[in-house]
Write a protein of this length. Sequence first.
Length: 259
Amino acid sequence: MGIHDLINLTGRVALVTGASRGLGGAFAQALAEAGSDLAITSRHKDELSDTALAIRETGREVLELEADITEPDQVQQMVKSTVARFGKLDILVNNAGAMRINKPPEETTPEEWRFVIDTNINGTFYCCREAAVQMKKQQSGKIINLSSKSGFTIGRHFHGGSYDVSKAGIAMLTKALAVEWAPYNINVNALAPGYYDTKPNREFFVDNPELYKKVIDLVPLKRLGDIRELSGLVVCLASDIGNYMTGTTILIDGGYNIW
């Protein structure tokens, strides 16, 4: 079996949450380019049209679903709809999540704290749980969670708090679920990205050029990450290349955490 066979996802079905734009949209498109059919979700279904079009242009099938990952009933229906359409679920990418609320901890309201924790930790767990019900029946599956470099260290020039705690929690959740589901041939891993050239980051740094310079000075590679680089790693973890990897969180941050 050659390397192209190992990375080929033809005949597989992937579910990507938070796929309307940014990282989620790029992940979905990359999985389609590798051969997978897709179910894509967002809290607002009408925002999925661009991602769906990009997937269809690869020749793959796509199912657009509206779902809020903090609502267990909606998550359950999301997985059921995917299986009803495609007959199975091979890959789950838990991309949906809450952004950083960049406020000092003492100024963070209980509602703000709960929103980030509920979305990033509880929402990820609900998606993993429902996907595993189907994957256990199949005796196979790949789950890819999204942690962050902020789950390892507190970033300079930003306030630490609920976001950092939630992303650290994702790394441990990934380990816990990997152990639970290894007997069923389900691989559970996570990615911990650094600063990537996404639209929100680009707009933020355009408005804060001095902060951009400070952040880049902390990255040994001296640039923001390219989304396609991260998408390629998602495809690797979703493919047979990742068959012997489980419980691992991969830090991909341009060297930020070396210092």
